[in-house]
Design a binder for this molecule. Sequence first.
Ligand SMILES: Cc1cc2nc3c(=O)[nH]c(=O)nc-3n(C[C@H](O)[C@H](O)[C@H](O)COP(=O)(O)OP(=O)(O)OC[C@H]3O[C@@H](n4cnc5c(N)ncnc54)[C@H](O)[C@@H]3O)c2cc1C
Length: 393
Amino acid sequence: MSTIQKLRTDVVIVGGGIVGASAALALRRMGAAVVLLERDLCGSRSSGVNFGGVRRQGRPVSQLPLAQRAHRIWAQLPALLGTDGEYIRSGHFKIARSEADMASLERYRALSSDFDLGLELISAARLRTQCPWLGTRAVGGSLCLEDGQANPRLVSPAFALAAQRAGAQVLERHKVEEVAHDGELFMVRAAHAQGTLEVQAPVLLNCAGAWAGAIAAQFGETPPLTWRSPLMAVTEPVAHFMDWSLGVEGGGIYCRQVERGNLVIGGGNGLTLGPDRARAEREGIALLAQQAVELLPALRHAHIIRTWGGTEGYLPDRQPVLGPSRTTPGLFHGFGFSGAGFQIGPAAGEVLADLARDGHTETPIDAFAIERFDTPPVSLSATVSAVPTASPT
Ligand SMILES: Cc1cc2nc3c(=O)[nH]c(=O)nc-3n(C[C@H](O)[C@H](O)[C@H](O)COP(=O)(O)OP(=O)(O)OC[C@H]3O[C@@H](n4cnc5c(N)ncnc54)[C@H](O)[C@@H]3O)c2cc1C
C-alpha cells in the first residue's frame, strides 16, 4: 500500500548533481537541516558523465570570481570529500590554430589580468620543442598551469556522500512531481518506490540541471533553457605522452589523457532522443576522430572504445541562472551551466548555501540573474501544480 510520509526541514534541494550536492554539503557545514531529492542517482547526469575539465581559462570574466572560489574548493577535495576524485592540476593548454586565435588569447589574458590565473602564452617555436606530440596546426597557445582535470564519476557522487555523512537527508530515486508555495513554506512532493514524500521548508533550491525549467515554471518563471548533449569518446590506453588538458581557441575539440593512458575526447553534440536520452552519432564521432588525429597524430592508430553523451541545460548567453527567483521569496535557482558547470559547480553550491542562509553572497553573481531574460513572470492561480515533463524548445 502506498504511503505519504511528511518531513519538515530548513532547506529542500531538487537535484543531486554537483551543484545541488555541494549546496547540501555547504548548508550542513553551516548547521542547516537539509533534504536533497534526486530523481535518479546523485551525480548520474551531466555532473557524472562530463569531460572532467576543471578549467578557469576561457571562461567569461564575469564567471571568474565564481571560478576562483571553486578553485579554492577543488584544492581541498580530500579534506572535504574524503577522496581526491583523481583531481590533478595538470595544466590546461588552449591551442591557437592561427595568428588571429593567438591575438584572441592575448586579449583574454589582458581581460582576465585582475584574476590570478597565471596565463602564459607559448610561441610556435617553443611548442615544437616542448610538445613534439602536438600536430602542426598549432601555432601557439595559452597555458594555465593551475587548471586541471578530474574524474566526474568519482567527484560528483562524492559530494552527495559527503553531504549525507555531514547529516543531510539525501534521498535518491525520489522524483519531484509537485511543488508549491503557500506564501511562507514550500511544499515539495516526490514520488518513490514505496509511495510519496512531502517535504516542507521555507527555502527551496532549484538545482535540477537541464530539467530545472519545469520547476521554475511552477513559480511563473520561464527562462529560455534548452538542452543539448555534448559528445564524448574515449580511446584505448596508449603510451602516456601528455599531461595537459587541451582545448582549442574558438572551440571544436578538447582532450585529456588519464593516468592509465586512455585519451578522453569531446567536441560537438550528439543526438538528443528526448528529455532523458541522448546518443552519439556516427558522423559526429568520425569528425571528432579526424580532429583528434589532426591535433594529436599519435592517435592515428588508437581505437575508440566507448562513446557517450549527457543531457545538459543551456541558456542563450551560455551563462547560468544563479540567484534568487524574481517571483517567490525563498526560492533560489542554480541551473543552465551550458556545458561548463563542473569546475564552478562546487562554488555555485556554496553560493546557493549563502543565499539560503543569508539572502546574499559575497561572490558577484549579478551576471547570472534570471531577470536578464526579459520574459515577464507568468501569473499563477494554482497553489499546487504538477511538474510537467520538460520538452526541448
Ligand atoms: C558530456 C558533457 C561534458 C561536459 N564537460 C564539462 C567539462 O569538461 N567541464 C565543465 O566545467 N563542465 C562540463 N560539462 C558541464 C557540467 O557537467 C554541468 O554543467 C554540471 O555538471 C551541471 O551540474 P548540475 O548539478 O547543475 O546538473 P546535473 O548534473 O544534471 O544534476 C541535476 C540533477 O537534477 C535531477 N533532477 C532533475 N529533475 C528532477 C526532479 N523532478 N526530481 C528530482 N531530481 C531531479 C537530475 O536527475 C540530475 O541528477 C559537461 C557536460 C556534459 C553533458
